[in-house]
Design a binder for this molecule. Structure first.
Ligand code: SAM
Length: 299
C-alpha cells in the first residue's frame, strides 16, 4: 500500500468488552501508551484511534478487554438489541466477534447459542468466547439450516443474529479500488452478478427465511459485509412476502444514520448501509421486528 492510499489513512476502531472493563479505563490505559484515543460519536463502547496503529499484541487485546472490531461490524449486535435474560441465536457465529458483543449487551445474562458449521472455525469461536469472559454462550457445531425450529432448545429463541457467509466485498482491499483513480465504472455491476455472488445470495435468502420461521422469535437482524445489492436489498425484498405473513415488519436500526438501503423497493429506507469510503467498511443491516412488539422497534 502507498502512504497516501485511502486504505491506510482511515482511523482504526476498537470495541471495548464491557464484560471485563469500561471505556474510560481503556482510554486511560491507551493514553498511557501515548495513543490518541477518543470515543466514537455514534456507537457506544467503540473507540477511535489514528490509522496505522497495530494493536494485535497489545495486552488489552490479549486479555480480552478490547476487540479489534470495526465500527460497522459493532453496529450489528446493537441493532438486534438483545435484553439481558433473553435466549439469542447467533446463526453463523465464527470467529465470534458479534457473539461476544451480544454477550456484553446482555451483561452475561440469559443464553446465547452460537451456531457454526465449520469445525476449524469453531476452535476460533471457542477462543474468542474464552478471551471475552462471556459466561452464557453454548456452541452448536452444525448447520443452521438443519436446526429444527420446534426443538425445545430452539423454540423459545427470542432473537436471531444472522451474519451469513458473504462476498466480503465491503471490506476487501479489492473493493476499495473504486476509490482509486484507476477504477472503471461498471466493475461493480460485473462483480454483483457473478455466479459466486448469486450462489451466496441464494444461501443468504434461505437462511433468512429459516431465521424468520422460529416460533418465538421477535427480532431478526440480517447483516453482510458486502456492498452488492444482490446480497443485500434483493435478499430482503425476496423474503418480504413471507415476513409480512408472519407479522414481521422492517424496523429502522440507528434512525439518525444517514446511509440507508438502495431505494429498490418501498421500505428500503429502513435498511442501513455503511459506506466503505466514509465508514471504513461497507456493511449492510436489516432489522425485522414482530409487529405486536413494536415497543421494541426503536434503539
Ligand atoms: N458473525 C461472525 C463475526 O462477527 O465474527 C462472522 C460470521 S462469517 C461472515 C460467516 C460464518 O458462518 C462463517 O464462519 C461460516 O463458516 C459460517 N456458516 C456459513 N454457513 C453456515 C451454515 N449453514 N450454518 C452454520 N454456519 C455457517
Amino acid at each position: 500500500l502507498q502512504k497516501n492510499d485511502v486504505r491506510v489513512t482511515k482511523p482504526r476502531y476498537i470495541r471495548v468488552n464491557t464484560l471485563k472493563v469500561d471505556a474510560e479505563s481503556v482510554i486511560r490505559e491507551l493514553e498511557k501508551s501515548n495513543f490518541a484515543v477518543s470515543r466514537d460519536d455514534t456507537i457506544p463502547d467503540v473507540l477511535v484511534l489514528p490509522s496505522g496503529i497495530d494493536l494485535h499484541d497489545h495486552p488489552l487485546v490479549l486479555n480480552g478487554s478490547i476487540f479489534l472490531q470495526g465500527k460497522a461490524s459493532s453496529m450489528v449486535a446493537i441493532a438486534l438489541s438483545p435484553k439481558p435474560g433473553w435466549k439469542v441465536l447467533d446463526a453463523c457465529a465464527a470467529p465470534g466477534n458479534k457473539t461476544v458483543h451480544l454477550a456484553a449487551l446482555m451483561r452475561g445474562k440469559g443464553k446465547i447459542i452460537a451456531c457454526e458449521f465449520n469445525a476449524e472455525r469453531v476452535r476460533i469461536l471457542e477462543k474468542t468466547i474464552r478471551r471475552s469472559g462471556a459466561p452464557n454462550v453454548d456452541i452448536v457445531n452444525g448447520d443452521f439450516l438443519d436446526i429444527n425450529t420446534s426443538d425445545p432448545v430452539f423454540k423459545e429463541v427470542h432473537a436471531i443474529l444472522l451474519d451469513p457467509s458473504c462476498s466480503g466485498s465491503g471490506i476487501s482491499a479489492e473493493r476499495l479500488d473504486y476509490l482509486l483513480p484507476s477504477y472503471k465504472k461498471g466493475d461493480d455491476a460485473d462483480a454483483c452478478n457473478s455466479e459466486r455472488v448469486k450462489k451466496l445470495a441464494a444461501f443468504q435468502r434461505k437462511a433468512l427465511l429459516h431465521a424468520l420461521s422460529f416460533p418465538a422469535v421477535e427480532r431478526v437482524v440480517y447483516s453482510t459485509c458486502s456492498v452488492h445489492q444482490t446480497e443485500n436489498e434483493d435478499v430482503i425484498k425476496s423474503v418480504l412476502p413471507l415476513a409480512t405473513s408472519l407479522n414481521f415488519e422492517l424496523a429502522t436500526p440507528f434512525p439518525l444514520w444517514p446511509h440507508r438501503g438502495r431505494p429498490v423497493f418501498e421500505g428500503a429506507e429502513h435498511l442501513l448501509r455503511t459506506d466503505p469510503a466514509e465508514d471504513t467498511e461497507g456493511f449492510f443491516i436489516a432489522l425485522f421486528v414482530k409487529k405486536c412488539n413494536s415497543a421494541n422497534n426503536k434503539l
